[in-house]
Design a protein around this ligand. Structure first.
Ligand code: UD1
Ligand code: UDP
Length: 379
């Protein structure tokens, strides 16, 4: 392998950017690698928020996002766009993260060119192709293509090995989201103004118990979103509770939440927060209520009870550790679980313990070392 090896890192959404910036920082600081960045911009504003705080300037930007994009049009645009970038850049290896349409098409475009693909956050499985949809199939496709599989946990590594992936190609690295969380916490400590933008809402809700909410899953559109909104409406009727809900820019989320929750005294529906402000929300919240993947990893790391509005999870480690609980999307079930946590301090204390099943904050360094080994460079 020619040194430096040219690594093309492909990503497009907010969570991919958050989970890849620690690796990008590490790759850029290593002389064995030339790190070229291609963003699909499957997300636009929510991706740019992360690029800005992480100080990352992409080399290629496909700018593919369309309002309310369909999976087919998005996938087709990504595949052709990413293929053209690969033909121009001619990378030695391609890195993708997670299970988005960008990650899946990035892996496929690389495979079509016989370029090895390395998968960050490999091996997550819910074993239900419609929960989460379409991510479960996206990551299985990537798993069938990848050269190196960077599994965040031993459970994820075992899932790959059960699928007959060569164990020598599977490495447990931890999840880079913990690296990202440590990085942003240190930035906030050094510069508190980075996360001071919630001060007005914090003052408005002083003395109340904060529930932080996020929701965006495609399989929850329609009935699921209605159930979530109804649960928030009911719990926010309590005078001791306040809900802070940065609403995802997907119009299928916004129309329901705006219709059901706008103007309620105890609910702040706000724009998506940049990462330092979301870290602040994680810190001030007593409980997180979410259908997000990343938040299921961050909340346990901070010892915040997290109620997961899904039927299944590909991240069982938080549930096993006791910090996360699956509650589905039916309003009555969500309200019951929230009320228990609010009213039964022993139930709350049993969940509110910091666990770090997802990593120690050194995952990016581990991945860079494994990539260096792969190209024949030893530390
Ligand atoms: C995508 C990923 C999902 C991931 C989620 C993280 C796929 C199929 N889905 O879902 O795995 O968990 O991102 O948030 O890859 N929008 C904006 N501005 C933005 C972002 C989104 O306006 O910055 C709106 C647009 O109307 C866009 C829509 O949201 O069409 C949907 O975006 P898309 O990336 O297709 O789906 P997500 O639900 O965000
Ligand atoms: N996040 C953020 N601002 C927000 C909501 C979430 O920075 O307003 C971060 C959160 O900390 C986590 C990531 O976005 O790291 C999760 O992204 P999302 O829920 O969109 O996607 P998923 O993880 O479900 O794929």
């Amino acid at each position: 392998m020619t040194v430096p090896a040219r690594i093309l890192v492909v990503f497009g959404t907010r969570p991919e950017a958050i989970k890849l910036f620690p690796l990008i920082h590490a790759l850029k600081g290593h002389p064995a690698f030339e790190c070229v960045l291609c963003v699909s911009a499957q997300h636009r504003q929510m991706l740019d928020q992360v690029l800005e705080i992480a100080g990352i300037v992409p080399d290629h930007d496909l700018d593919v996002m369309q309002p309310d994009q369909t999976l087919d049009a998005l996938t087709a645009n990504l595949l052709t766009g990413l293929g053209k970038v690969m033909d121009a850049v001619k990378p030695h290896r391609v890195v993708v993260q997670g299970d988005t349409a960008t990650a899946m098409t990035g892996a496929l475009a690389a495979y079509y060119r016989k370029i090895p693909v390395d998968h960050v956050e490999a091996g997550l499985r819910s074993h239900n192709i419609y929960h989460p949809w379409p991510e479960e199939v996206n990551r299985k496709i990537i798993g069938g293509i990848a050269s190196l599989h960077f599994a965040p946990t031993a459970t994820a590594a075992a899932a790959l090995i059960r699928e007959n992936v060569d164990p020598a190609r599977v490495h447990v690295t931890g999840n880079t989201v913990i690296d990202a969380l440590h990085w942003v916490s240190a930035r906030i400590q050094a510069q508190p103004a980075l996360a001071s933008g919630l001060a007005e809402i914090e003052a408005r809700f002083a003395g109340k118990r904060i529930i932080g909410v996020t929701s965006h899953r495609r399989e929850n559109f329609g009935e699921g979103m209605e159930g979530i909104a109804s649960a928030i409406r009911q719990i926010a009727a309590r005078p001791d509770v306040a809900v802070i809900f940065p609403v995802h820019l997907n119009p299928n989320v916004r129309k329901v939440m705006n219709a059901k929750l706008a103007g309620l005294d105890n609910v702040a529906l706000i724009e998506p927060l940049d990462y330092p402000h979301f870290a602040r929300l994680l810190n001030i919240a007593e409980i997180m209520l979410t259908d997000s993947g990343g938040v299921q990893e961050e909340a346990p790391a901070l010892g915040k009870p997290v109620l997961v509005m899904r039927e299944t999870t590909e991240r069982p480690e938080g549930v096993e550790a006791g910090t996360a609980r699956l509650v589905g999307t039916e309003a009555a079930a969500i309200v019951t679980e929230l009320s228990t946590l609010l009213d039964d301090s022993s139930a709350y204390e049993a969940m509110a313990r910091a666990h770090n099943p997802f990593g120690d904050g050194h995952s990016a360094a581990r991945i860079v070392e494994l990539l260096a080994h792969e190209i024949g460079i030893e530390a």
